[in-house]
Structure formats: C-alpha cells, structure tokens
Design a binder for this molecule. Structure first.
Ligand code: ADP
Ligand code: NA
Length: 336
C-alpha cells in the first residue's frame, strides 16, 4: 500500500478559463485544505512540457506560466501547504517519461480521444510529443507516487492510461513499485462546455475567445460573452430532465449551479420557467461576483513576477526531493 499523495497539473498554453477553475482548480484547493493538516502532500504543476506539444510563442509561454501560477495562488492554493512548480524545472518528469514511452504501446496512444481531437485530420503533421503526451502525463503523476489525481472529465482517459502504464511496468519488471492512481472527478462542473457550441468543451486553446470565460475577463467581457452565448428559444424547465436534449441550456445552468455550489435540480427550482433573457443577467452577475476577487488578486500578483518565480523555484526544489529517489529506484529496476 502507498501513502496517499495528490498531484495534478494545468497547461500554460493560454489564459485560464472558467472550465479550468470549476473543473480543476477549485478541487485542487479543496484537496489542499482537506489534506494539508494530515501530512498528505498536494503537488500542483504548470505543465509547460505538455503545452509545447503544440506551438507556443516563447515569450507567451513564460507569461502564461506565471499567470497560471498567479491563478493558482489567487484561487487559494498556498505555497506553504501545496508544492507549486513548473514541470520543466524538474527533469525527472522527462526522464521517467522516456521509460514510459518504452512501456506504453502505440495502440494505447492511438485510442486517446484528445490525440484524435487535437491532431485533427492531418495526424502526419502533428508533433511526436502530442502523440506521446499521455506517457509524460503518467510520468508527472507516478514520479511522485501520487495516488489521487483531481481532473475534469476530459482527462479521465489519460488517468486511465496512467493506470495501464503503472500496471504494465509493475508486471513487466515483476515489482509492486508504482501505485495505480485514481482520478478524482466529482461535482457538477467537471465538464464546462463552450459558450458557442454545446458539444465542445470550454478550452483555453479554442480559437474563439467568445467561446470561453477567461479568469482575467472583466465584468463587461463576461456579461457580453454570456449575453451572446448560444441557447435555444425555450424557457428553462423546472426539472433537470428538461435539459436532457438542450446542451447549451444545460451548460449555462450547470455553470450557475457550480458557481453557487448547488445542484442543477436546486437551481432549477429557483429559475425554472424563466427565459434566457432573464437568466443570463443573473448568471453574469454571479460569475462576475465569483471571478472578480480572483482576477484582481491575479493582477496584483502579476505585478511582482520575481515573487512568483521564487515560489516556483522553491516548489521545484521540494518536488525534486520527492522525485529523485523514485527515479533512482526506477533506473535500478530497469537495470540502468
Ligand atoms: P485546457 O483544455 O483549457 O487547455 P488543460 O488541458 O490544461 O485545459 O486542463 C487542465 C485541467 O482543467 C484538467 O484537469 C482538465 O480536465 C480541466 N479542464 C479543462 N477544461 C475544462 C472544462 N471545460 N471543464 C471542466 N474541466 C476542464
Ligand atoms: Na487540454
């Protein structure tokens, strides 16, 4: 049995979205608070090596990494309670990923829906890194012997692949060395959808800025995006079943529910029967109220990038201390 340890990461591939916040960061903070006093470590990473699987402008990558760190801290992650760091600063991730590239099978990677979505029709032109991404993610998690991985729904398949890699490594080498980690996916907002297309997830890499709410959007931007969000002409139902065939409507209610820490059913008892012309301003007001304190704190933190860098350096030092013996032992097991 393995001592519980919590790891997750977000790509600094653009500004943080409401999807990242509701699907991931909020849970990171909860898990930090639940575990800090129990001696269970929580590690939260900016996964810059994942970001570069698609082209990133170098200056933007540096800025986005700091902004992501600022978002983590502004949302409640505390560098004294959690280890906050930048993936590329801990070389053991890439070192273990190479070994996992040799454990994982091509067919496993080919089945990943994110690979298919992101590579699109022209797979021959996608980077090799984009294809191998899940093996690096497995290394991110397993280099710390992490047992629990808080993620949004869209990452579930990658955590399952991490489990497959841990099991195959243990089996191939006849050891019980890597834990088989669990995804932690809970709550209403584990999948926040695009404001323009109810079949796509809200993503920082969506080319349309109108499709997402950014953590740094001001009140006017939030209100205008919600006003223009796609919906249907019907009034809101008073029960959740009434949203079954209405993905856009369901998404807005889901966001409202998540922001107010209520279930969709509870929200519908309040707003059932309302038109979107009435509901959308309520949603904007709530989103602004929840996001404004975080975005203003992010802006304040971004004024002192040296302090952010110092926090990340310290986090990387602590992360390296945990990773080093795991890598050493892995090399021994493999015979290197
Ligand atoms: P993005 O797609 O915005 O680049 P990442 O791939 O960096 O996001 O994912 C970071 C974390 O945020 C993951 O745990 C992921 O599941 C979560 N996440 C991303 N988008 C959403 C969303 N639309 N709804 C819920 N969770 C999300
Ligand atoms: Na993503």
């Amino acid at each position: 049995t393995f001592q519980p340890r919590i790891f997750s990461g977000i790509q600094p591939s653009g500004g943080l979205t409401l999807g990242n916040y509701l699907g991931a960061i909020r849970r990171f903070v909860d898990m930090q608070e639940e575990n800090a006093d129990r001696g269970i470590e929580t590690l939260y990473c900016m996964v810059d090596q994942h970001a570069i699987t698609v082209w990133q402008d170098p200056a933007a990558l540096t800025r986005n990494t700091r902004e992501l760190a600022a978002g983590y801290i502004a949302a409640g992650l505390d560098p004294n309670k959690s280890i906050l760091f930048n993936q590329s600063q801990v070389a053991a991730h890439a070192q273990l990923a190479w070994i996992f590239n040799c454990v994982a099978r091509m067919g496993w990677m080919q089945r990943m829906t994110q690979w298919k979505d992101k590579a699109g029709k022209n797979q021959q032109n996608a980077s090799l890194g984009l294809f191998a991404y899940p093996a690096l993610m497995a290394a991110d998690i397993l280099i710390y012997h992490a047992t629990h991985v808080p993620v949004g729904e869209d990452q579930k398949q990658h955590v399952e692949l991490t489990r497959d890699i841990a099991i195959k490594f243990n089996h191939d080498f006849g050891v019980d060395f890597f834990p088989v980690p669990e995804p932690v996916i809970e709550g209403a907002a584990t999948r926040v959808m695009s404001l323009r297309d109810g079949a796509r997830k809200m993503s920082k890499s969506d080319p349309s800025d109108m499709a997402r709410i950014n953590m740094t959007d001001d009140a006017d931007a939030i209100a205008s995006k919600i006003r223009k969000a796609r919906t249907d002409p019907d009034a809101l139902p008073s029960e959740a079943e009434g949203l079954a065939e209405r993905p856009e409507a369901r998404n807005l209610v889901n966001i409202y529910a998540a922001l107010s820490d209520r279930s969709i059913a509870e929200v519908l008892t309040e707003v059932g029967g309302k038109q979107f012309s009435e509901f959308k301003p309520m949603l904007s007001e709530l989103a602004v109220a929840k996001l404004a304190p975080i975005s203003s704190e992010m802006a304040r933190l971004m004024e002192t990038p040296d302090e952010i860098d110092a926090i990340l350096r310290n986090g990387a030092d602590r992360a390296r201390t945990i990773a080093a013996p795991v890598l050493k032992k892995t090399y021994e097991i493999v015979g290197m």
